[in-house]
Design a binder for this molecule. Structure first.
Ligand SMILES: Cc1cc2nc3c(=O)[nH]c(=O)nc-3n(C[C@H](O)[C@H](O)[C@H](O)COP(=O)(O)OP(=O)(O)OC[C@H]3O[C@@H](n4cnc5c(N)ncnc54)[C@H](O)[C@@H]3O)c2cc1C
Length: 352
């Protein structure tokens, strides 16, 4: 088939590569001038084990399987990564109960190696921690997400696929047996494809509304939840990912590490109504408070505003978190069309 994947984020690239590896002719249309310019360059770069999500959900299934595939892919393609492990820490009895629930959820999801450890055992691993116990997840890790996307792009091109940059898709209509696709930008015009995948992250709902005849009731709401990060301007003190227990809308302000071992904190959850990428320095106050529950030694003046990313959520604050929504023909009745909605965390882990 002639396949069009719209969006060159990590998910679009992974889909395009897989289609090309199965001998389809693949074009990726990307609105900007490079790969990974959307959500994919604004995340924690964590390879999630697959602990948090309801068993059987797409998020649980794709993150556990995707994680195993991602480690293999990174090893085979020389993509920098580190299976550094993670601790989800409990600072009081109520949090310990939550951590126990997470252990049961993770085991049910088939996550390997999970173990509850006491406060002393946690401090033997990470001396600066304040906690009464922790869930240890040895399968969690970090990845150079840009290196990973470059490797996906390389595989795609090796199989004859290509990416058209500065080529936003503006409209789609089905006229048997093809999808007629209208492009804007550098090479504005129309072209025909057998199959189309809408993998445009924050743009997915807007594009779905521009598909002629697509049922309006099948376009879910887009709810924006910004996640802000603060960098740590001192020598790192942790060598594993350190997470508190999850909060509404996110996994809690955690310690993430990059491959050079530098520490940063985030993301928090800021519900917003339009896209904006500035980090308000005043949010540092809440970061200090939250981080000091599990790391009392966080020095004053050590946090500096860093970057932020926006989660494309499908549910509002307080509502039960939505699953990934992969809407194909059985859902909407249109041939060889797939719309991806709500691909927030763990979308990087799940991409393959
Ligand atoms: C704060 C934060 C932290 C996260 N942390 C993690 C983590 O640690 N681990 C993890 O597994 N996941 C994490 N995620 C989730 C992960 O980053 C996303 O699920 C993933 O990057 C989504 O990729 P995507 O390809 O769907 O979207 P994007 O990367 O946004 O790609 C979509 C692309 O489509 C393009 N586009 C939009 N409209 C059009 C159009 N009409 N025509 C052509 N192109 C178009 C955009 O320019 C963009 O390049 C995090 C997300 C956030 C926000």
């Amino acid at each position: 088939m002639q396949v069009l994947v719209v969006g060159a984020g990590v998910v679009g690239l992974a889909i395009a590569r897989t289609a090309a590896c199965r001998d389809h002719d693949v074009i990726v249309a990307e609105a900007t001038d490079g790969i990974g310019n959307g959500i994919s360059s604004r995340n924690s770069e964590v390879i999630h084990a697959g602990i948090y999500y309801p068993t059987g959900s797409l998020r649980a299934r794709h993150s556990t399987r995707g994680r195993r595939m991602l480690y293999q892919f990174c090893a085979a393609h020389g993509v920098a990564h580190n299976k550094c492990g993670k601790l989800i820490v409990a600072t009081d009895e109520a949090e310990f109960a939550k951590v126990e629930t997470l252990l049961a959820q993770g085991r049910e999801n088939g996550v390997e190696g999970l173990e509850l450890i006491g406060g002393d055992a946690a401090r033997a691993l990470e001396a600066e921690l304040n906690c009464i116990g922790a869930l240890s997840s040895p399968e969690s890790g970090i990845v150079d997400s840009h290196g990973y996307m470059l490797a996906l792009w390389g595989d795609l091109e090796d199989r004859g696929g290509s990416i058209a940059f500065e080529t936003p898709v503006e409209r789609l209509s089905y006229s048997a047996p093809h999808w007629q696709v209208q492009f804007g930008g550098r090479d504005a015009g129309t072209a025909a494809f057998d199959a189309v995948v809408n993998s445009t992250g924050l743009g997915a709902q807007k594009l779905a509304r521009r598909i002629e005849g697509y049922p309006a009731g099948m376009v879910p709401p887009l709810v924006l939840a910004k996640g802000n990060y603060f960098g740590f301007a001192r020598r790192p003190v942790f060598s594993r990912l350190i997470y508190p227990t999850p909060v509404d809308g996110g996994l809690g302000v955690h310690v993430t590490l990059d491959l050079a071992g530098r520490m940063r904190f985030g993301p928090d959850v800021e519900w917003i109504d339009h896209e904006s990428y500035t980090v308000d320095p005043r949010r540092a106050e809440t970061f200090y408070q939250r981080i000091r529950t599990y790391w009392p030694g966080l020095p004053d003046g050590s946090l500096v505003p860093d970057y932020c990313g926006i989660r494309p959520k499908l549910t509002a604050p307080g509502e039960k978190p939505a699953d990934f929504m992969i809407a194909a023909e059985p859902a909407h009745g249109m041939l060889r069309l797939v719309n991806l909605f709500g691909i927030e965390s763990p979308g990087l882990t799940s991409s393959l």
